[in-house]
Write a new protein. Sequence first.
Length: 293
Amino acid sequence: MRILHLDLGHQMRGGQRQALRLVRGLRDLGHDAVLMARAGSPLQQHGQPFSIPKLLAEYRRFDIIHAHDARSHSLAALLPGPPLVVARRVAFPIRTGPASRWKYGRAAHFIAVSEFVRGRLLEAGIEPARISVVPDGVELPAKVAPPADPPRVVALATSDPMKGSALAREAAGRAGVPIHFAGDLALELPGAFLLVYVTREEGLGSGALLAMAAGVPVVASRVGGLPEIVEDPVNGLLVENTVESIAGAIRRLLDAPGEARRMGLAGRERVAARFTVEIMVEKTLAVYRKALS
């Protein structure tokens, strides 16, 4: 199968990392997966620089166009020819004005990252038959690193105003432990005691999945798609977005390292069963087949 992947994001965030994992997984299975990304962006280092002339010259040779972000969706909706598959990762509601209805009407199929996001698509009037849920997939490390001593509490370093970095910092202070804000979770999670994942909205939470894959328990906001991956109190703890709730969860795990270890291993088992890259790739291929039929 020949698939053109479009992503015009400026940064290397969760969606871009998922697009890259998907492209690589498709190639490993023998598919012709081409990635076009914004020129000069971190993702473009792994694909081709996007330009309008290049897109117009090449898009007709593909069986499927897969748009991974809003800008790509808007642009690809203008193209006649191959079926358009659109990834929807964000949790906020979809606009329902005439332009938005036209844009969303152009896609052959939508990939929702969670049941929560599927619900947002349904609220916008998109037919259930045009929506499939395909959760993120992450790599499973070969082994789980033992927690460092003293315990290291980690959160994602981000400037996104929807992420609660200040709230996580204040809660960690209330719990009496320093918090480390990681620029690259995949590199900095091994040996962590727990991940604090505070956000005001979330489509799914690929950072939480990375922690679970590494055997690290997660303290996560009870919002969006996060409850679909973090099962309280099996593989982590779900909290309200208050200092008291977050601090209490952090302190609970610090005071019970055995329970924290059990949650971390349960999270790893959950990822292995439902959230690997291989599972994500196979489910995405099933969506492509639907779109082509």
